[in-house]
Design a protein around this ligand. Structure first.
Ligand code: COA
Length: 280
């Protein structure tokens, strides 16, 4: 099955290694730069198809999600600002009532992304606001350019976040900072986002792609099975108490002793070779 490209979402498969076939990193670009990559129904449907494709395609090891760069403006017009995603498409809120929104939010794309079993990295260059901040929070890691800004401005629309920020953001940056962001609607810059733990790394816009892809390739070079078990196990820490979580980890750790990749990894270490993972 080929990558599900659409008008609003493109997917580039980048080899993990040029010499050996270690699969690919899927670089997924949300492509509505004239609307600062706002999440309309087409983007959400495309994201869901992308997630299904990634889940079904063994050769894809890691997903990097980003927003398209601004288009060249028409003569005499200003260049639009850089954005990862400037939120849900506000024009789609007009005339909607609660029942419309409930059906939109059932089984939504942000949850699909969150539930993807493979590692995901948000590569943020510019505004990551509202649903954009939430899409970033639904990835496992976030790398941002130093000109990026994060925020949950829904309060200014008479709303609160709806794609998980009140839950996932609290777990990333804590109760107090989440309250501040949600209640004031003010943006924070990339360095502040890094300081509070929202962003893993900050770099210049010029370095962003290489830095993020290097990180994606590094992760992609590990055992897919071990990564999947690790992701699932760390996720459990968000839902269960410490005692139960430690027991979940011990069981996951034990289960990996039946995996081929544990034998491969341990033998490679002892014979000072590079492990050749099965990637199952
Ligand atoms: N939904 C729909 N369209 C959006 C959008 C959104 N969330 N965010 C930006 N756009 C559109 C603008 O309407 C504008 O379209 P136009 O040029 O056809 O008129 C275009 O993207 C560029 O945005 P603009 O507002 O002109 O850029 P700016 O530099 O003046 O301001 C922002 C940038 C990010 C501060 C501003 O666009 C903004 O506040 N966006 C909404 C953020 C938000 O509230 N998100 C949460 C939604 S729940």
């Amino acid at each position: 099955m080929g990558a599900p490209q659409t008008d609003v979402l493109s997917i580039e498969e980048i080899p993990v290694n040029d010499q050996v076939d270690l699969g690919s990193v899927a670089l997924v670009t949300i492509n509505r730069p004239d609307k600062l990559n706002a999440l309309n129904a087409d983007v959400m449907a495309s994201l869901k198809s992308m997630v299904s494709w990634v889940e079904a395609t063994d050769s894809v090891r890691v997903v990097v999600l980003t927003g398209a760069q601004p288009n060249q403006p028409p003569e005499g017009k200003r260049t639009k600002p850089n954005a990862f995603v400037a939120g849900a498409d506000i024009t789609e809120f007009v005339g909607k009532r609660s029942d419309d929104i409930r059906s939109m939010f059932t089984d939504n794309a942000v949850e699909s992304l969150w539930n993807l079993s493979k590692p995901t990295i948000a590569m943020v260059d510019g505004f990551a606001l509202g649903g954009g901040c939430e899409v970033a929070c639904s990835c496992d890691l976030r790398v941002a350019s130093d000109r990026s800004r994060f925020g949950t401005p829904e309060i200014n629309l008479g709303l609160i976040p709806g794609y998980g920020a009140t839950q996932r953001l609290v777990r990333l940056i804590g109760y107090g900072k989440t309250m501040e962001m949600v209640m004031t609607g003010e943006m924070i810059d990339a360095n502040e986002a890094h300081r509070v733990g929202l962003v893993n790394h900050v770099c210049s816009p010029e370095d962003l792609r290489n830095y993020t892809l290097d990180m994606a390739r590094l992760i992609a070079s590990k055992s897919s099975n071990t990564l999947r078990v690790g992701k699932q196990t760390i996720r459990s820490a968000l839902d269960v108490g410490l005692t139960e979580g430690v027991a979940i980890e011990a069981e996951a750790f034990a289960s990996l002793f039946d995996s081929e990749d544990k034998d491969i990894g341990v033998e490679a270490f002892l014979s000072r070779e590079t492990p050749q993972w099965k990637h199952k």
